[in-house]
Design a binder for this molecule. Structure first.
Ligand code: GLN
Length: 542
């Protein structure tokens, strides 16, 4: 932990009350984006109160997608929001859980680190939380820390106690509390109700935390009288009561906050100097959202379709590319298990392009294979990511090359035709958490290939999360059938990208390009993919 005098960083804690899913992550990210427009350096971190060491082993249907950082951390999807809104690339240290905190404290206890002492939640767990927060916040002008969960939950208590202590130690000019709550509209009374907000602030104050700012989520504007009521009962300055209205795009939130002077309020609270905001990039995004020149419908065929958050980064990357091309993007998750030989044409023909995303296991494989065949044979745009690329390899092996038994060792470990196989380094791995090939790895692109033209350079770096890979023993047979292995690891051993020479846009990648796209800097693969979808829609594809 940095000593107090070294650390000039101002910390904003974002807590949530009343209900979960209030969009605290978007609030934290939008505040970060706004403060960056004023020339301040920003880092955002997430402290999650659950006991898993990280979300890597959790089902996406429960927790949404797992976001991966450059340094290979498997994190909560909120880190994806943060990275999309601010310019900094985040690291392992920017996400931690109760599980990790206990893991650290208990290992220290076993090594004799507390010899003679009784190890307790306060101060040992809370000290470790404070230490993690300070480590995650180092080096930035502003550190925003989102506390997962909802105030009132038993499990978030040690986090709230830790941030109370930090405020007490550092003072209000260095630590601010921002609480996100719900102000629901009750139809029968035809009124917005402030009581849930009052109660959740009361819960916080009982724990010694007086919020400095309230962000009220609501489906309609709050009147001045209502804000005054909230201010009075919650002990907050009326100028510090902000509204966050439901919106059709999360990328409108930074400007909506700016219009209410949220950035100005924080700068005044911390008593710091910052330049006037340069909002041009966010205004450009808003302009594009307001004036789409056309609409595209993109299908994502997968097995985690009940929860849209499972494919969050892919959906956002498509939206970013749409913003760049002035296109409204409508994404639809297609349940792979509902697609079969009798209905696939009817289902798939309405999409201008299809994404086959990453995943685990062979559930829904038949539907995905049909989609891959359909896009390949009809020369319609296809982007196949990670498991998607592995399935593309199997589809080509079976239907184009004639290796009818081709499959992945993930689905059949003893298969005779493992066109996708376990990576060498994975053979000895037993524990499940954090043991895949994770994080950023370099990749070399083949000159003049589609993907090389897309990036405009040969040496790239992208993030990974997988155990299996294309089996290079089959390389030649694929190459004889118009397959180009257009991205390889620098050693030439691992296939990172593949495409078809006789197709306008058929691209498979073992890495996850969706993890690095931003509305302000859309990812080149998604930009080209959306261009291909536009060509498909407009009848221009060749
Ligand atoms: N299940 C595949 C593997 O482990 C793909 C993983 C993914 O799509 N992220 O290699």
């Amino acid at each position: 932990m940095l000593s107090d005098s070294q650390n000039h960083t101002k910390i904003i804690f974002v807590t949530g009350g009343v209900i979960s899913s209030l969009g605290k992550g978007i609030v934290a990210a939008s505040i970060g984006a706004l403060l960056e427009t004023r020339g301040l350096s920003v880092v955002i971190s997430k402290a999650d109160p659950y006991l898993n060491v990280d979300p890597g082993t959790m089902n996406p249907l429960q927790h949404g997608e797992v976001f991966v950082t450059d340094d290979g951390a498997e994190t909560d999807l909120d880190l994806g929001h943060y990275e999309r809104f601010i310019s900094r690339r985040l690291q392992k240290k920017n996400a931690f859980t109760t599980g990790q905190v206990y893991d650290t404290v208990l290992s220290r206890e076993r090594q004799g680190g507390y010899l003679g002492g009784t190890v307790q939640v306060v101060p040992h767990i809370t000290d470790q939380i404070k230490s993690n927060i300070c480590y995650a916040s180092q080096g930035a002008d502003i550190a925003i820390v989102e506390i997962g969960g909802t105030v009132g939950d038993i499990e978030s208590l040690p986090f709230l106690e830790a941030i109370r202590q930090l405020r007490w130690e550092r003072g209000s000019e260095r630590v601010a509390f921002c609480h996100v709550t719900l102000v629901p509209y009750v139809q029968v009374a035809m009124e917005l109700k402030t009581k849930p907000t009052q109660h959740s602030v009361r819960d916080l104050r009982q724990l010694g935390i007086q919020p400095d700012l309230l962000i009220c989520r609501s489906d309609r504007a709050l009147s001045d009288a209502l804000k005054a009521k909230i201010a009075l009962f919650c002990n907050v300055d009326i100028k510090h009561v902000f509204e966050s209205l439901d919106t059709d795009s999360i990328y409108r939130v930074p400007l909506a906050f700016h219009e209410q002077q949220l950035d100005h309020t924080l700068i005044k609270h911390f008593n710091i100097w910052a330049k006037q905001p340069d909002l041009s990039r966010w205004r450009k995004i808003e302009n594009s959202l307001n004036n789409p020149k056309g609409k595209l419908i993109i299908g994502i065929i997968g097995k985690y379709t009940d929860l849209v958050d499972s494919y969050k980064s892919i959906i956002e990357s498509l939206v970013h590319a749409g913003i760049a091309h002035l296109q409204g993007i409508h994404t639809e998750c297609i349940d792979a298990e509902s697609v079969n030989a009798a209905n696939y044409e009817k289902i798939l023909s309405k999409y201008h392009a299809i994404v086959v995303p990453g995943g685990f296991g062979d559930r829904g494989m038949e539907g995905k294979m049909l989609a891959l065949t359909y896009q390949r044979e009809n020369k319609r745009p296809l982007l196949a990511i990670c498991l998607g690329m592995q399935l593309a390899v199997i589809e080509i092996a079976r239907h184009l090359i004639g290796i009818t038994q081709a499959t992945s060792q993930e689905f059949d470990p003893s298969t005779q035709e493992p066109v996708v196989c376990l990576m060498d380094e994975q053979r000895k791995v037993v524990p499940k958490g954090g043991t895949m090939r994770l994080g950023a790895y370099p990749c070399v692109l083949k000159e003049n290939s589609l993907i090389c033209r897309i990036y405009g350079e040969q040496n790239i770096s992208e993030r990974h999360r997988h155990r299996y890979e294309f089996n290079s023993a089959y390389k030649q047979r694929f190459e004889e059938h118009n397959v180009i292995f257009s991205g390889l690891s620098p050693s030439g051993k691992l296939v990172e990208a593949m495409e078809l020479s006789d197709h306008p846009f058929y691209l498979g990648c073992q890495f996850h390009p969706e993890l690095k796209s931003r509305p302000t800097e859309p990812h080149p693969i998604f930009c080209s993919f959306i261009q291909a979808a536009m060509d498909q829609r407009d009848g221009l594809s060749t």
